[in-house]
Design a protein around this ligand. Structure first.
Ligand code: C2G
Length: 137
């Protein structure tokens, strides 16, 4: 029996419904979903400073019933290795990445799924900062 493995990556800062939606849709494309969670160092490399550190973001992913395994994403170059190591059948990213990973198409089926509109970690971080600012008055 072949079990279909689905792979995706991300920072998943301040986990929100947009993250939940793409992970649930990714999971439905196979039998297992594994997630590469960006380390804090790799985030810096991506020019992102997450509100939550890696351990918090990884723990939030590990609690999800539709996520079967979480590992660290520490650089741009590890995807081919991960795809071989985990025998991945389908690689999923949000369509803000459309085309960016097509170089992997010989190793894996690639699916760019529509992003969820109206929600982002940046928006949530901004709301947190505004609440924090007004609370201190
Ligand atoms: N996402 C989404 N809808 C949103 C926000 C995010 O579908 N409103 C998706 C993104 O398209 C991505 C995943 O959720 O597929 C994780 O998003 P981020 O945490 O922002 O990850 P990103 O910085 O895009 O990192 O090597 C790939 C990178 O690690 C991806």
């Amino acid at each position: 029996m072949h079990y279909e493995t689905v792979l995706t990556y991300g920072t998943f800062d301040l986990f929100h419904r947009g993250h939940a939606s793409i992970l649930q849709r990714a999971r439905k494309l196979g039998d297992f979903l594994i997630v590469g969670c960006s380390t804090d160092e790799f985030n810096a490399n991506k020019g992102k400073n997450s509100h939550q550190n890696f351990l918090i973001r990884k723990a939030a992913l590990e609690r999800l019933p539709y996520v079967d395994h979480v590992f660290s994403e520490h650089d741009w170059g590890q995807k081919s290795h991960d795809i071989q190591k985990f025998k991945v059948d389908t690689f999923v990213m949000g369509d803000d990445w459309l085309g960016k990973f097509d170089w992997l198409k010989n190793d894996v089926a690639i699916r760019y799924l529509p992003r969820t509109k109206g929600i982002s970690s940046t928006l949530l971080r901004t709301k947190l900062e505004i609440q924090h600012k007004y609370r201190s008055y």
